[in-house]
Design a protein around this ligand. Structure first.
Ligand SMILES: NC(=O)c1ccc[n+]([C@@H]2O[C@H](COP(=O)([O-])OP(=O)(O)OC[C@H]3O[C@@H](n4cnc5c(N)ncnc54)[C@H](O)[C@@H]3O)[C@@H](O)[C@H]2O)c1
Ligand SMILES: N[C@@H](CCC=O)C(=O)O
Length: 512
């Protein structure tokens, strides 16, 4: 079957609504369980287990997850190294079949997988559906890409010689995903490494480790050889540097903040005694993404896109449009529409499918509310600005207008429901403001001028540019995803070149 994206479902309609409500009730019944590590094909329960709490309700403990120590990391890396001896010699086709089976299981368990992340990550129903669909897409897409990659690449024929180039796995990989796409990014990064022949040591985010357990349970159903997937949730300050610096690790696949990404990059590239390679680091990091609206734009469409991009999943997407840069001729019109739409956003519990849920934890709540205070000094608050953490970590969608291009709220990743709007006098100035951050992940331009749309293609400095639409919601296979500059290595997850990050090409010449 050719690849196609998993279709989203409207879970607010029958019979899906009942299915999801049943899944939410059944998952709630399972709250408070303790889950093990998984190393060398064996489950290991540890004395310490970290609790994972529902961000919408401090009283609800979603589960407890065993915590790995450095000893466990040694065991996991040793198991992965042993597994590499045989896993590397399986074919791309064989490995791809595991991914396709995993996709089937996820499809069957979709409502349940959504329910876990509605509770553990605070996603509303559509966001949770999008995340599970994306995980399935990664499995199906990378399976097919792997089969292609297994055929090698054609080289130029040369008389008297047989020349071939093909791809070999790298070795043991450390995979470190973030919490905000708790199934999708974890699945995508883990299986891209596995399908290319690399055993992995997977360290999930402490904030979404129950969802990570569910991924591991699915992979266990496939009976992968022992040591191919090792699961080591644990405190990053204790095991993070240790695993990244380990001499037997060949590559690190990281997705997360700029600060952690740079630290991992530096740690990985320090030579460790006994290390036999230069480690490869894939680091996909943060963003300060903007929507530009010029004076010719459809202002209604622009306002709808600005609000969706800024407040989808509470602004906790690397792709979030946290800045809007608007031409003075349409500024008041767009701002008024944005204010009106933002005021309508209902804040509440994700289990009840409120549009805007909580931010992920206490630390995020403190960070976002401190930026709201900074914003009050730097710009004019027109919507929101209030927050309440008495039951969960709820922050009202907040809009600042008349922000200066270099204000902190226009430069720093807030990662919460805060939108900063800036007025510009010309299209050229808008592009300068767009390009003035250290990041370069996503962006949008709303314009009816063909010349400007074409200009933007090459001059708006970001990895994923959208013309006349919102800047979130990339689809696997359709919009390969990754950013420029401090947004990372631009590995283009979900794209045709992504698997090349986890293989090494070899050329063999035979004299005829
Ligand atoms: N570019 C992308 O594709 C993309 C996608 C999603 C999220 N993000 C970014 O991720 C960030 C949000 O995620 P987060 O809060 O989980 O990021 P984070 O940097 O805090 O953590 C990411 C992962 O790194 C781990 N970690 C932390 N310190 C470590 C260390 N010293 N060694 C090894 N691992 C360590 C964490 O436990 C987690 O698993 C935002 O900046 C967002 O923009 C980027
Ligand atoms: N790929 C997702 C963003 C992933 C980062 O958080 C999007 O396009 O919205």
């Amino acid at each position: 079957m050719p690849y196609r994206n998993e279709p989203p479902i409207d879970w607010t309609t029958a019979p899906y609504k009942e299915q999801l409500q049943t899944a939410l009730a059944e998952v709630k019944e399972q709250f408070g369980k303790t889950y093990p590590l998984y190393i060398d094909g064996k489950e290991i329960a540890t004395k310490d287990a970290l609790k994972s709490v529902n961000p919408a309700n401090h009283q609800e403990i979603v589960g407890y997850v065993s915590q790995a120590t450095r000893e466990h990391i040694d065991q996991a890396i040793a198991a992965a190294s042993r597994a590499f001896k045989t896993w590397r010699h399986t074919t791309f086709e064989e490995r791809a079949m595991y991914l396709m089976k995993a996709a089937q299981i996820m499809r069957k368990r979709k409502a349940e997988l959504m329910a876990w992340q509605i509770y553990e990550s605070g996603k509303n129903w559509a966001e949770a559906d999008g995340d599970v669909c994306e995980a399935i897409d990664f499995l199906e897409f990378y399976a097919r890409q792997a089969i292609k990659l297994g055929k090698g690449t054609e080289v130029t024929p040369y008389p008297g010689e047989d020349n071939r180039m093909f791809y070999l796995p790298l070795g043991v990989g450390v995979v470190i995903p973030p919490w905000n796409f708790p199934l999708a990014i974890l699945t995508g990064t883990a299986v891209a490494a596995i399908v290319t022949g690399n055993p992995i040591v997977l360290k999930p985010s402490p904030l979404s480790s129950v969802m990570a357990v569910k991924f591991v349970e699915i992979m266990q159903e496939l009976h992968l050889p022992a040591g191919v997937l090792n699961f080591v949730p644990g405190p990053p300050e204790e095991i993070g540097d240790y695993m990244v610096a380990h001499k037997d690790v060949r590559f690190i696949s990281f997705t997360g903040s700029k600060k952690t990404g740079l630290h991992i990059d530096e740690t990985a590239h320090k030579f460790a005694e006994g290390q036999r390679w230069i480690k490869r680091v894939v680091a996909e990091m943060g963003g300060k993404d903007s929507i530009v609206v010029d004076e010719t734009a459809d202002t209604e469409a622009a306002a709808v896109a600005i609000v969706a991009s800024a407040f989808g999943f509470q602004g906790q997407k690397c792709s979030a449009g946290s800045r809007a840069i608007i031409h003075e001729a349409v500024y008041d019109d767009v701002v008024n529409r944005v204010i009106e739409l933002t005021k309508k956003l209902e804040v509440g519990a994700p289990a009840d499918n409120a549009v805007v849920g909580p931010v992920i934890d206490e630390k995020a709540f403190a960070k976002v509310t401190s930026y709201i205070e900074i914003g009050k000094q730097e710009a004019k608050l027109v919507v929101g600005g209030t927050a309440d953490d008495s039951k969960g970590y709820f922050i009202q969608p907040t809009v600042f207008i008349d922000a200066a291009p270099n204000a902190r709220i226009m430069q720093e990743e807030i990662f919460g429901p805060v939108l900063s709007i800036c007025k510009v006098g010309s299209f050229e100035e808008a592009i300068d403001v767009f390009n003035n951050t250290e990041y370069g992940l996503t962006g949008s331009l709303f314009s009816r001028e063909r010349d400007r749309l074409e200009y933007a293609r090459y001059h708006m400095d970001c990895g994923n540019l959208y013309l006349n639409r919102k800047c979130t919601g990339s689809l696997v296979g359709i919009q390969p995803f990754g950013g420029f500059n401090m947004s990372g290595t631009d590995a283009k997850a979900g794209g045709p070149d992504y698997l090349l990050n986890f293989v090494q090409p070899k050329t063999v010449t035979e004299q005829l």
